[in-house]
Design a binder for this molecule. Structure first.
Ligand SMILES: [Zn+2]
Length: 278
């Protein structure tokens, strides 16, 4: 079967805009609340509520999304068959990246999980900002009960000023268990990788692919799962800032509807069940 996990990274545009004054780069409460409510509306209408929202946390915004009204929204997602995950942006975009500082990553990830746990929320998924990952993170995810990593975009190679930020060259194109020694290879850790769907060099990444391209990718993945009678399990990537206008929401809705013709959208509970049956 061909399975898809629908994800939303909880970022806003201004966070990445280095030309804005500092105060304008911070998120605005009512505005973010509206965007997330739109995500939920789309997921309820088209995906039976199955949405995995990755909660943004960064040095600029340490616990903004770990307070009301957001805690209430996370609960609504979980109660509606959706899931929440941890999205660490341990960076100052285009200036500093702290993802290789394992002690720091350990601290920020466990702190975020702890606060969510204290509020009755149990995230099981992680996605690194900029889709950054490293071998050192695998045990950190294990220690925090984060069994699923969604940082993989197969063949991504992101370099900024000679610094390699994200490297997924040669990674598998469907769900695999991370190797402790090399996160780009299948192995024996307790963390499963769910890559962004890819075919013909194009991704199930709504900002980067149009309806036609998404259709082509989905067809390839579906045929692959049928031909080899195996499960193909991938993720679909969107961002909170894409849920602003009616036009954007219609575009997202159209894209979801197309993908639904090819594969089955699942939540984390269903994903676990599928893995356990394999
Ligand atoms: Zn992000």
């Amino acid at each position: 079967m061909f399975y898809l996990v629908f994800t939303v990274d909880g970022d806003w545009k201004e966070y990445f805009n280095i030309n804005l004054p500092e105060e304008e780069r911070l998120p605005e409460k009512e505005f973010m609340q509206k965007l997330i409510e739109q995500e939920i509306e789309v997921a309820d209408r088209l995906l039976d509520g199955k949405l995995l929202h990755f909660i943004h946390a960064s040095p600029r915004v340490r616990d903004f999304f770990l307070k009301e009204p957001f805690l209430g929204l996370w609960k609504r997602i979980v109660e509606g068959r959706g899931d929440i995950g941890v999205h660490c942006h341990e960076d100052d975009p285009y200036k500093e990246y702290y993802f290789r500082d394992t002690e720091r990553m350990k601290e920020v990830i466990s702190q975020q999980v702890k606060v969510l746990n204290q509020n009755g929320l149990n995230p099981r998924s992680y996605r690194g900002g900029w889709l950054i990952f490293s071998n050192e993170l695998t045990p950190v995810l294990e220690e925090n009960g984060l069994e699923f990593d969604f940082s993989c975009e197969p063949d991504r190679y992101l370099v900024q000023e000679d610094k390699v930020l994200s490297d997924w060259r040669g990674a598998p194109k469907s769900l695999y268990r991370l190797s402790y020694e090399d996160y780009k290879k299948p192995g024996g850790s307790r963390v499963f990788e769910v890559p962004v769907g890819v075919a013909k060099g194009k991704y199930l990444y709504f900002e980067k692919s149009g309806v036609k391209e998404l259709e082509e990718i989905a067809l390839v993945l579906k045929e692959e799962s049928e031909k080899e009678s195996k499960d193909v399990i991938v993720s679909v990537l969107t961002h909170s800032y894409e849920y602003k206008t009616t036009g954007e929401i219609e575009n997202i809705s159209d894209k979801i509807s197309v993908l639904k013709e090819f594969g089955r959208f699942i939540n984390i509970k269903e994903l676990s069940e599928i893995i356990n049956k394999q």
